[in-house]
Design a protein around this ligand. Structure first.
Ligand code: GLN
Length: 199
């Protein structure tokens, strides 16, 4: 199984390292031919507007959309979650997403005062102990469609917001497991999502 990490901008190197630790072959992808040769895709954290624009100008955008629509297992962290969302609140003018995940995501949801923080989170599908979740100008999930499973939520100002979701072969987290050295979420993606999609 070959896992591609979209390498246009953002922390793709950290994802490649985390995937390699899980024992799968992981490569940086930025050309059209590479998008066609992968069995799974990771959309990294970074800046969703920039990644979408670069995907357009490198001619990758439509092919990524097609592959996601036809069932390519895909995991997006932070900016990657925004790129997978069908609907974006707080989008930049003209901001596009690949879509596929029936959620409305709110960009920069936690506000300026709390740009970045860490918290321990329990997540469905991940055995204890809790995940140390690192949020950096992170989105949260505002609403989900009926096929979306919420795997983790967190309380903010008295309200509970989903921060990890799955819909079939698509997985998204508001936070960045790729920078913590804990690869359980990458392992979950490979073992529970990619392998069942390939089988
Ligand atoms: N705020 C960024 C965006 O909208 C996401 C930040 C991140 O990936 N750490 O794309």
């Amino acid at each position: 199984m070959l896992v591609g990490v979209l390498a246009l901008q953002g922390d793709f190197r950290e994802h490649i390292a985390a995937l390699a630790e899980c024992g799968v072959e992981a490569v940086a992808v930025k050309h059209l031919s590479e998008i066609d040769s992968i069995d799974a895709l990771v959309l990294p954290g970074g800046e969703s507007t920039t990644i979408a624009k670069l995907a357009r100008s490198f001619g990758l955008f439509d092919r990524i959309v097609e592959r996601i629509r036809s069932g390519l297992p895909t995991y997006g962290s932070c900016a990657g979650m925004i790129l997978l969302a069908d609907r974006i609140e707080g989008a930049a003018a003209g901001q596009e997403s690949f879509g596929g995940l029936d959620i409305t995501v709110r960009r920069n949801a936690f506000g300026r005062q709390v740009d970045s923080f860490e918290v321990d989170l329990n997540m469905l599908g991940i055995t204890a102990p809790a995940i140390r979740a690192v949020f950096i100008r992170a989105p949260w999930v505002e609403s989900v469609g009926s096929k979306v499973e919420v795997l983790a939520s967190m309380e903010f100002n008295g309200e509970l917001h989903p921060v990890a979701v799955r819909q079939g072969s698509l997985l998204a987290t508001s936070f960045h497991p790729e920078i913590t050295g804990d690869n359980r979420i990458h392992r979950y993606f490979i073992e529970s999502i990619c392998k069942s999609a390939v089988a």
